[in-house]
Structures are given as structure tokens and as C-alpha cells.
Design a protein around this ligand. Structure first.
Ligand SMILES: NC(=O)c1ccc[n+]([C@@H]2O[C@H](COP(=O)([O-])OP(=O)(O)OC[C@H]3O[C@@H](n4cnc5c(N)ncnc54)[C@H](O)[C@@H]3O)[C@@H](O)[C@H]2O)c1
Length: 466
């Protein structure tokens, strides 16, 4: 028997028909965790949805997306095409025409030019941290949600910083470089244990708070400064100002986002306020530290060392690019003692890649199967409890629309003939996302609801899952 496809009508310029997919079960993507699995076992059984056409979902994964992500998507029954590399624009345009989902990392540029050809595309998964390789506005305006994984590598960064604290305190970088040059230089002067020293964390978010735990475990005293008042972990202590932190810390480590407020947050004045012989670590963003000021503070002996993982200008590819052509002070920096320079590897571990694979693939499954947008970077974040077996004739209506007055009234007029069990709506700029579960609906009802929603001028995309 051929199972009918449920069609989600395309946006204005999308000509090819799109289908809205329904999974065989509303399997929770986080049910892989045993805790969640046992918690879910006590709830109502998930609903067997029809039509069951997850095999029709076409996914293109580029840039060697981690195996963990591939496995999650394949386990859903989706058709997954996997490529190790990115694609040049002409080939990308050819491939993207067909797919409902694309998974990329940082090299694939999803410009408006490319996305215009993506007639069936529902969602983009960026299996990385950043999303500036995607035209987020264009995607949003065409009902294409974008997901990424901003925090999966927090632990990796925190561990790198721990390594750097010890490396700086013991001048390991310099000793190792000397040995590589054939020089034996055994010194203990100005080499320290880290036990009992004070670590000052600027920005107590995902990375800063992980680091706090690790540093305390090694006998450090932890203080932190954040624009938000945050509960301390362990015996760490929040200080009221950056100046307080700089005056007290033996090691200052930066974990703030790149914003106008954090640009050159550490410059001449701040180096002045730091303890003589203290250390600076920056694995946040390159703009946060004024590098010429750091060079000055290092030459004067104000700071005893620094570790930099991020830079104002970073090369797009690996190679011999870390020169004055990239940043005018590049060679001065390279000539300093006890300065650790790493090529933005804070989050670059196998574990982080695996975690990113899981997080983004889970988000894609949730979006495809349930319409949940939690974690999306370009559409309003909306979540709603799953349908269950106790609700056999229910359908989930998803309506992405322009955020103009009167839409909700019109949508509710369309849904008014049915019992709306639950409904949620949120907006972000001129885009809005509505989800409603309606009960006691038949095939004809579903078609009518869809046709009526599609006829509204506010419509960007309609999907109905049932
Ligand atoms: N080196 C790497 O490879 C790597 C990897 C991941 C993240 N990062 C960077 O690390 C930084 C921190 O990441 P996260 O995941 O911990 O972010 P997060 O959003 O979880 O935490 C940032 C914290 O900084 C605080 N903050 C914001 N502005 C501030 C200001 N002006 N002064 C003081 N505190 C301020 C916020 O309140 C928040 O608590 C980001 O810049 C991120 O881009 C680097």
C-alpha cells in the first residue's frame, strides 16, 4: 500500500512540493540517556504517527560531520548522504535542490544565492559553534530553521586553560623550545606550584564555571567577575568589579563573549592593575585583549607570561600565516618569553566533535519530527509536549509566518472547528512560529486546515505532523 505523503506547502518562491514528516514514534532524541529513558517509561507511550515516511527525509551531510551525528540521523530512518568535504558553490546548488536537511561545518557557505535553490529545505544543522557561514536572515524569512552547538566544547576549553596555568607557572613552553634547540637550561627561579594561588575568571558562563571546579580541585582559590550575579560553584567567590579581580588574581583568564563591551577589555589600564608577575590567559575571542598593551606588559615584566588561543585576525586555513601580514604585531609577540601561542584549538578535541554531533543531530530530529525549535539561532524558540498514544487522532499544526497584526485571530478561526489541546506561539523580529495540537481530526480535516493556512497572506511555511 502506498502511504500518502503529507505535503507542507512551499514558501512563495519554493515551487517543489515539500512534505512534512512524521516519525513512527515521537521518540525523544535525548532518550539515549538512561536517566531520560527511565523517566520517559513512566509517561504515556508515544503515538504511532502516520504517514510513517521518515525514509523520505533526505539529508546531505558535508565536511565529515562526526559519526555520532550520522548515527542518530540514520537511526531515524532518514536517507543520509555523507561527504567528507565541502562542495564548490555550483555542486552545492545542484545537491541542495533535493534535500530537506543539510548538515555542514564552518567551510560550507550557505548564502542566499545557494539557499534560493533549496526548494525543499526545512532545516540546517551547523555541526560547529559559529553560524556566520549561513545567511541566517534569508533562511528565517524562508522558514528554514538553523541549529548549532555553542557549548559542546566547554570542557575541552576548560581543560586547555588548566594545562596553560601549569605551563605558564613552570615556563614549560620556553624550556621545551630550548630543549628542541639543543639547550639544557634547568631553572627553578620564578617557577611556581599552582596550589594556593588565586585564579581570576572573567565571565563565569559555561567555560568559566567548569574551569572553576577543575582549578579548585587542584588547590587554587577561585574568584570571578561577571556582569550577571551568578551562584558560585564550590568555594569560588564573585567579586564586584573587574578591577577587584585584577588586583587579587595570580592568573587572570578570560571567558567572555565578543561584544562591544568586551573589545579591548584588557588593555594598558587593566595590565597596570594586575599584580606584578601575574599571568593572563585568553581563550575567548581575539578582540578581548589589546595585544600591543600585552606586549608592553610582558616586556616590562608586569606580567610573567600569557597564553593566547585566539587573535583579532585568524587565518582561514592551516599554514605559515601567523606573521605581521596577518596581525602587525605578530612577530613581536612571537619573540617574547613565556608566551604560549595556540591556533584557536581550545575546543578542538575528539570528545567535543562527538558531543557536537549528538547535540546538533538531536536538535534536527526534534525539529523534523516534532517541530520543536529549542536552540535555533534564527527562528523563535518554541517547544511543546509530545503527542502520545492516548491521542490517536491528533495532529500537530506548525505555522511559520510573518509577524503582522491579526494573524493569530485568523489562524484560530481556522482551527476553531477543532479542539485545540495546546497551542504556543512566539516571535523574533518579523518572524513568528506557531504550534498547535488539535484533536479528533480526520485526513480531510488535515487537508482543509493546511489549505486554509496556506491561503493566508502571512504564511511562510505550513507543516502538519500527525
Ligand atoms: N578557544 C576556543 O576554541 C573557544 C571554544 C568555545 C568558546 N570560546 C569562547 O569562549 C567564550 C566564553 O564561552 P562560554 O561558552 O563560556 O560563554 P557563556 O555565554 O556561557 O559565558 C559567558 C559569560 O560571560 C559573561 N559576560 C558577558 N559580558 C561580560 C562582560 N562585559 N564582563 C564580564 N562578564 C561578561 C556572561 O554573563 C556569561 O556568564 C566565548 O567568547 C566563546 O566564543 C572559545
Amino acid at each position: 500500500m502506498t502511504v500518502p505523503r503529507e505535503i507542507a506547502q512551499p514558501t512563495g518562491d519554493k515551487t517543489a512540493a515539500q512534505f512534512s514528516v512524521s516519525p513512527s514514534t515521537f521518540q525523544s532524541p535525548i532518550s539515549s540517556s538512561s536517566f531520560m529513558a527511565s523517566a520517559l517509561a513512566h509517561r504515556s507511550a508515544p503515538k504511532q504517527l502516520k504517514p510513517f515516511n521518515t525514509e523520505d527525509v533526505k539529508i546531505l551531510l558535508l565536511e565529515n560531520v562526526n559519526q555520532t551525528g550520522q548515527d542518530i540521523l540514520r537511526a531515524q530512518g532518514y536517507q543520509v548522504e555523507f561527504l567528507k568535504t565541502s562542495l564548490p558553490e555550483d555542486q552545492l546548488i545542484e545537491k541542495i535542490k533535493d534535500v530537506h536537511v543539510i548538515g555542514i561545518r564552518s567551510k560550507t557557505k550557505l548564502t542566499a544565492n545557494v539557499l534560493r535553490e533549496a526548494k525543499n529545505l526545512l532545516v540546517i544543522g551547523c555541526f560547529c559553534i559559529g553560524t556566520n557561514q549561513v545567511d541566517l536572515d534569508y533562511a528565517a524569512q524562508h522558514g528554514i530553521a538553523v541549529f548549532n552547538s555553542p557549548f559542546a566544547n566547554s570542557r575541552s576549553v576548560a581543560e586547555l586553560v588548566i594545562a596553560e596555568i601549569i605551563t605558564l607557572a613552570r615556563q614549560l613552553g620556553d624550556r621545551s623550545n630550548e630543549m628542541h634547540r639543543g639547550t639544557w637550561n634547568k631553572v627553578s627561579a620564578k617557577c611556581w606550584e599552582i596550589r594556593g594561588k588565586t585564579l581570576g575568571i572573567v565571565g563565569y558562563g559555561h567555560i568559566g564555571s567548569q574551569l572553576s571546579v577543575l582549578a579548585e580541585a587542584m588547590g587554587m582559590t577561585v574568584i570571578y567577575y561577571d556582569v550577571v550575579t551568578l551562584m558560585a560553584i564550590g568555594t569560588a567567590r564573585q567579586v564586584p568589579t573587574l578591577e577587584d579581580l585584577l588586583a587579587e588574581a595570580d592568573f587572570v583568564t578570560l571567558h567572555v563573549p565578543e561584544t562591544p563591551e568586551t573589545k579591548n577589555m584588557i588593555s594598558n589600564d587593566q595590565f597596570e592593575k594586575m599584580k606584578t608577575g601575574s599571568y593572563l590567559i585568553n581563550a575567548s575571542r581575539g578582540t578581548v585583549v589589546d595585544i600591543p598593551a600585552l606586549i608592553k606588559a610582558s616586556r616590562s615584566g608586569k606580567i610573567a607570561g600569557a597564553a593566547l588561543d585566539v587573535f583579532p585576525n585568524e587565518p582561514a586555513a592551516n599554514g605559515d600565516y601567523f606573521t605581521n601580514d596577518l596581525n602587525q604585531w605578530g612577530e613581536d609577540l612571537r619573540g617574547l618569553n613565556n608566551i604560549i601561542l595556540t591556533p584557536h584549538i581550545g575546543g578542538s578535541t575528539e570528545e567535543a566533535q562527538r558531543a557536537i554531533g549528538v547535540e546538533v543531530a538531536d536538535a534536527l530530529v526534534r525539529y523534523i519530527n516534532q517541530g520543536v525549535t529549542t536552540g535555533s539561532v534564527n527562528v523563535p524558540e518554541v517547544t511543546m509536549r509530545s503527542l502520545t498514544l492516548d491521542e490517536p487522532n491528533h495532529a500537530r499544526v506548525i505555522y511559520i509566518h510573518r509577524n503582522v497584526p491579526g494573524v493569530l485571530r485568523k489562524v484560530n478561526e481556522i482551527l476553531a472547528e477543532h479542539n485545540v489541546d495546546k497551542q504556543i506561539s512566539d516571535s523574533k523580529g518579523d518572524l513568528a512560529y506557531l504550534m498547535a495540537d488539535v484533536s479528533d481530526v480526520k485526513q480531510d480535516d488535515i487537508k482543509n486546515i493546511r489549505d486554509s493556512l496556506d491561503s493566508l497572506s502571512s504564511r511562510i511555511l505550513t507543516r502538519i505532523l500527525y
